[in-house]
Ligand binder design. Structure first.
Ligand code: FES
Length: 160
């Protein structure tokens, strides 16, 4: 079947619009979500009183060894907005805690122990130093970091 000039232009315009729409979604991290590989920390391994998050290291399996990481959502326990936290066991007896929210589009993070960095699970894959500073964007702002204290078998993270 022969296509006339007007029909060809209409089809070409439609195809261009589809490609542009698809690319806009990919670039914005809004259409494609990554999946975080970091395990959750069971709810019986931590407590949150509205200010401090206390994690029992004897019950948090994923934090036992250096290189481990775990995440939890304190919003579940205090009936407030969702607040996700990712905790990493960086070196022997050295832990760090961050808001589990990429500063580009608030997708979840993964800890890459071999690279000593956190990486967004989204298509954009922003990467952050363990100080929270941006290594590669599209994120521009640093990660929120939380101060913490380590005792014999617990870490106490200051959230408020
Ligand atoms: S949400 Fe876009 S790079 Fe993280």
């Amino acid at each position: 079947m022969k296509t006339n000039r007007r029909e060809f232009i209409r089809k070409a315009g439609l195809a261009t619009a589809c490609v542009c729409t698809g690319l806009a979604g990919v670039n914005g991290c809004s259409m494609i979500r990554g999946v975080s590989k970091t395990p959750g920390i069971l709810s019986d391994a931590w407590e949150f009183d509205g200010n401090s998050l206390v994690v029992d290291l004897d019950k948090a399996d994923s934090l036992r060894k250096p290189g481990g990481a775990g995440k939890l959502n304190i919003g579940d326990k205090v009936n407030r907005d969702e607040t996700k936290v990712i905790i990493i066991h960086h070196k022997e007896n050295e832990y760090k805690a961050f808001a589990d929210c990429c500063t580009h589009g608030c997708r979840e993070l993964n800890y890459l122990h071999d690279k000593e960095q956190l990486e967004c699970s989204s298509f954009g894959k922003s990467a952050f130093k363990l100080t929270g500073k941006v290594i590669t964007g599209p994120a521009e702002d640093p990660l929120k970091t939380y101060s913490l204290i380590k005792t014999d078998d617990k870490i106490i993270i200051k959230i408020a």
